[in-house]
Design a protein. Structure first.
Length: 70
């Protein structure tokens, strides 16, 4: 044992999360399912390339239109 070793410390937040996980054993699995539903999507690279190619460049001053130059 090291002379400089501190006693094991857990913050209040860590203790809360550990208690929550112990109280609800299926919590992590339901979080993974929610993430898969909303975020883990397959990207259509062909559609993404077409969308980027169709992008119109923004004017330097966004509130000025081409017809106001006269």
């Amino acid at each position: 044992m090291s002379f400089f070793r501190r006693p094991d410390y857990q913050s209040d937040t860590t203790q809360f999360i550990e208690q929550l996980k112990a109280g609800k054993p299926g919590l992590e699995q339901s979080q993974r399912q929610g993430r898969a539903l909303l975020w883990d999507k397959q990207i259509d690279r062909e559609f993404q390339a077409k969308a980027e190619a169709a992008r119109v460049p923004q004017q330097p001053y966004v509130y000025q239109t081409g017809s106001d130059l006269a």
